[in-house]
Design a protein around this ligand. Structure first.
Ligand SMILES: [Zn+2]
Length: 359
């Protein structure tokens, strides 16, 4: 937004008429650096102090909301992969669980950058797969922008070029979900992930080479990823003291959020956190809600967002993933690539600059 308004901002971007922000879901700096030889165009940018830190938790719905609103989870209100909707007394998926109890127009509480630009007469477009065109998340975090559906990565970059060729001032957001999806299914160390990274790098190079003097590109990610073997899954639901007084389990397997029964004793939170400390201190960061907020994990937290955050948070430090195991739901257990926690592999993401923004 700063670039379209004449330059400056935290990134000290020069002024540009047309800006594209490419969001590569799940592309951490560590993975990109490890595969630098297969992504030469993108990796060359990594050596120019272009790594930034994503927010917490390192989960897509929360991080994308932060990107498109400029706010932190404590303000925009998307605090995990799943989170408690207090009015419904239920944990709801924050990517896909939109409904009357979690309405896109109000559950995400901040105006988007696209809405702010529209108020200034600058149009925005978002480019992504057709299946997200009308999704609840799109209405929650991409509102104010036109949605352009494009199937492949190459088609999305072509669509961005076509929008730029219309001239004038414009912000384009280009979403690449493929690497995250492949990492979840097969791991970021898989051949399929590598082949897709190579394809993305080719499109990035091709698009960047055609950028005009007043056209800038930023490429970044919502979070990085770690591969967790199934042998490192920790099942906690059958350990009584780890679920004492717990009514709901939310968050991500790499960042569990435990919600206590309503009307729990005042010390229930610290007792539950202490039980987790005794067993899991060596491989997780454990915090009560107060401790997490005090430590700034969610940024400044609005009163309306407070009850959406778990009473106790368990963020994986080692290469493990936490599962309740009592719910009988084994769908998540087949995931290889995982994210959600505070390790550098999950929090550090690239911020690559091309065209008018090139360093
Ligand atoms: Zn993911």
């Amino acid at each position: 937004m700063a670039a379209l308004e004449g330059g400056g901002g935290v990134l000290e971007l020069p002024a540009a008429d047309r800006v594209v922000v490419v969001l590569v879901d799940g592309l951490g700096s560590a993975a990109l650096r490890a595969r630098a030889g297969h992504a030469r165009a993108m990796a060359s940018g990594l050596f120019k102090r272009t790594t930034i830190t994503s927010g917490f938790p390192t989960t897509t719905a929360a991080a994308l909301s932060s990107l498109t609103t400029g706010g932190r989870p404590g303000q925009h209100g998307i605090v995990g992969y799943t989170a408690l909707v207090p009015e419904a007394d239920a944990v709801v998926n924050q990517l896909s669980g939109w409904s009357d109890v979690m309405r896109p127009a109000t559950w995400q509480r901040l105006p988007t950058i696209f809405e702010q630009l529209a108020a200034e007469g600058v149009p925005s477009s978002t480019i992504g797969p057709a299946k997200y065109a009308d999704s609840g998340l799109t209405h929650a975090i991409l509102r104010g922008a036109d949605y352009v559906a494009a199937g492949s990565i190459a088609e999305r970059f072509d669509a961005a070029r076509a929008l730029f060729d219309q001239g004038g001032r414009r912000l384009v957001y280009l979403y690449v979900p493929e690497l995250d999806q492949i990492a979840h299914a097969r791991g970021w160390e898989s051949d399929r992930w590598l082949a897709t990274l190579e394809a993305l790098d080719a499109e990035y190079a091709r698009f960047s080479a055609r950028l005009g003097r007043r056209e800038g590109l930023l490429l970044t990610a919502d979070h990085g990823i770690v591969d967790v073997p199934a042998s490192s899954h920790v099942i906690f639901g059958d350990v009584p003291e780890l679920v004492q007084g717990v009514r709901h389990v939310g968050g991500d397997p790499r960042c569990v959020q435990l919600y206590l029964e309503q009307g729990s004793a005042p010390d229930a939170r610290t007792r539950l956190a202490d039980a987790w400390h005794r067993r899991e201190d060596s491989r997780a960061w454990i915090a009560t809600r107060e401790e997490a907020i005090q430590a700034g994990w969610f940024g400044e937290v609005d009163d309306a967002v407070l009850p959406r955050i778990g009473d106790v948070l368990v963020a994986a430090r080692k290469l493990v993933a936490y599962y309740d195991g009592r719910d009988g739901d084994v769908t998540g257990r087949s995931m290889v690539g995982q994210h959600g926690s505070l390790t550098s592999e999950e929090t550090l993401v690239p911020l690559l600059r091309a065209g008018a923004f090139a360093l």
